[in-house]
Write a protein that binds this ligand. Structure first.
Ligand SMILES: Nc1nc2c(ncn2[C@@H]2O[C@H](COP(=O)(O)OP(=O)(O)OP(=O)(O)O)[C@@H](O)[C@H]2O)c(=O)[nH]1
Length: 236
C-alpha cells in the first residue's frame, strides 16, 4: 500500500524524447516507460562516420541496477529536467555510480549532464550554474536543451559525446613524434593541414553506443530519477 505523502507522480526527464528527437528530428510526447530498446544511427561527426547506438532502457532498479549499462557503454548521458529539482538531485547517484565505475580505468567514459525541458524556463527549479557545478564535479560536459525545440541543439549533445569518446581514444594512444627533416619545412603545430591528416589516422571508434535509462513515472520521493547512458555512450 502506498502512502500518499511518500509517492507522487511527476513527468520524467525526457530521455526517450531526446533520443527520438536525435534520431528522427521529431518530438513525440508519449512513450511506454516500460519498453527498453536500442536504436542505431549512422552519423557524420567532424567528417568521420560513426555508428551511434542508443539504448533507451526501462530503468526499473535505479542506480543500483546499472551493471548491464556500465559494461556496455563508452559514454554516459545523465538527464534531468530543469523544472524538477528532484530529478536533478537524483542525478547525483547515477553520476557517482558512473564515476566509481570508471575510476582507475585508463580511458575514462565521458559523462554528459543534460538539463532537458528548456522550454519550461518559467517553471525552472534548477539553475544553470547548479547544473554546471554538478557536471564539473564529475568532469563532465553540460548542456541545457529541449526535446521539443531546436533539433540542432539536441544533435550537438550527442555529437559532443561522440567527440569526447574519440578524445578518450586519442588520450590512450602513445604520443608520436613529429617528422622533421632538413629537406622539408617544419610544419607549425597550429597549421590546419596537420590536424586533418592526423585526425584521420586515429583509430576512432566506429561505433558509439548510447543508453537511456528510464525511470518509472510514479516514483518515491526518496528514489533517484533519470539516467541517460551512452554505450559507447551510456545515458542516465
Ligand atoms: N515541455 C517538455 N516536455 C518534454 C520534453 N521532453 C520530454 N517531455 C515530456 O516529458 C514526459 C516524459 O518524457 P519521456 O521522454 O517519456 O521521459 P523519460 O525520461 O524517457 O521517461 P521514463 O521512461 O518514464 O523514465 C513526456 O510527457 C514528454 O512529452 C521537453 O523538452 N519539454
Amino acid at each position: 500500500m502506498f502512502e500518499e505523502d511518500v509517492f507522487e507522480i511527476w513527468e520524467s526527464s525526457g530521455k526517450s524524447a531526446l533520443t527520438v528527437k536525435f534520431l528522427t528530428k521529431r518530438f513525440i510526447s508519449e512513450y511506454d516507460p516500460n519498453l527498453e530498446d536500442t536504436y542505431t544511427s549512422e552519423e557524420i561527426v567532424d567528417q568521420q562516420s560513426v555508428l551511434v547506438k542508443v539504448m533507451d532502457t526501462a530503468d526499473q532498479g535505479g542506480p543500483m541496477n546499472c551493471e548491464r549499462y556500465l559494461t556496455w557503454a563508452t559514454a554516459f548521458l545523465v538527464v534531468y529536467s530543469i523544472d524538477n529539482r528532484r530529478s536533478f538531485e537524483g542525478c547525483q547517484q547515477y553520476l557517482d555510480v558512473v564515476t566509481l565505475h570508471t575510476k582507475g580505468v585508463q580511458s575514462k567514459a565521458p559523462i554528459v549532464l543534460v538539463g532537458n525541458k528548456l522550454d519550461m524556463e518559467r517553471y525552472r527549479q534548477v539553475s544553470k550554474s547548479d547544473g554546471l557545478a554538478l557536471a564539473s564535479q564529475h568532469r563532465g560536459l553540460f548542456f541545457e536543451v529541449s526535446a521539443c525545440l531546436d533539433f540542432a541543439a539536441v544533435q550537438r549533445v550527442f555529437h559532443e559525446a561522440v567527440r569526447e569518446a574519440r578524445r578518450e581514444v586519442e588520450r590512450g594512444l602513445p604520443v608520436r613524434p613529429l617528422y622533421i627533416s632538413e629537406d622539408k619545412p617544419v610544419v607549425s603545430l597550429s597549421a590546419a593541414p596537420l590536424i586533418a591528416p592526423c585526425f584521420k589516422e586515429l583509430p576512432a571508434p566506429a561505433t558509439a553506443k548510447l543508453v537511456t535509462v528510464k525511470s518509472s513515472r510514479a516514483q518515491s520521493k526518496r528514489r533517484a530519477p533519470t539516467l541517460t547512458l551512452l554505450k559507447g555512450f551510456k545515458i542516465f
